[in-house]
Design a protein. Structure first.
Length: 215
């Protein structure tokens, strides 16, 4: 208990750092994932090709490699001086967006094709069909896998701690270097991650229940 009480400010900063990385990366992943999922089912071949390549490349690239590209290539080639938090968000958000896109695409495939064809017959554009007809119905099928994806994202943010970001993993490294018992440090860090992941699981469970009532 002394490890926590003596370093409460540091633990709080690390917890908020992990929470911030998870939330901001998650929002980026959702936005990109929806766009890429739309590309994947688009009637335009170049968009389908782009969406397929995005998912294939990012899902099969180790996240650590994406962090290396984000921190050692992006600042030198594209955005000099960009801070480490933004780079970590880009790496986690882009990586997770590929999984979100596949979850959304799977949900879209559960919607009967006849509904999209009927909407097209009355003059709706592809964007309108997706926004008004398909995505609202696909949401029910997408919620459960998204919960697992965002729990995985929470744990993936630990890599950011090795790249000058203050998060729970970085706190553990700092306290270990200060001579604290590593086993006790890991217990408190694990509790911090569990709080975030259980909160995510609970929110998605509430959302799932609400959508079930709306059936």
């Amino acid at each position: 208990m002394n490890v926590l009480l003596d370093n409460l400010a540091l633990f709080r900063e690390g917890f908020l750092g992990t929470l911030s990385l998870t939330v901001v990366s998650g929002l980026l992943a959702v936005v990109l994932g929806l766009v890429i999922a739309g590309f994947r089912v688009s009637p335009v071949p170049p968009l389908r090709f782009f969406g397929t390549m995005w998912v294939t490349v990012l899902r099969n690239t180790p996240l650590t490699l994406l962090f290396l590209v984000a921190f050692f290539v992006v600042p030198k080639v594209f955005f000099p001086g960009i801070n480490s938090f933004v780079l970590a968000v880009l790496a986690c958000g882009f990586y997770t967006s590929a999984f979100v896109a596949e979850a959304v695409r799977s949900g879209i495939n559960t919607v009967p094709l006849g509904q999209a064809e009927a909407a097209r017959a009355i003059g709706m554009s592809f964007t309108q069909i997706m926004r008004i007809v398909v995505l609202p119905q696909a949401t029910r099928s997408v919620v459960p896998p998204l919960s697992s994806i965002f729990i995985a994202l929470t744990k993936n943010t630990a890599i950011a701690g090795a790249f000058d970001n203050v998060d729970l993993f970085n706190v553990g490294k700092t306290l270990s270097n200060d001579g604290y018992d590593i086993a006790v440090i890991f217990i408190w860090i694990t509790i911090g991650y569990l709080v975030i992941t259980y909160a995510i699981s609970g929110m998605f469970k509430l959302l799932e229940n609400r959508l079930e009532v709306a059936r």
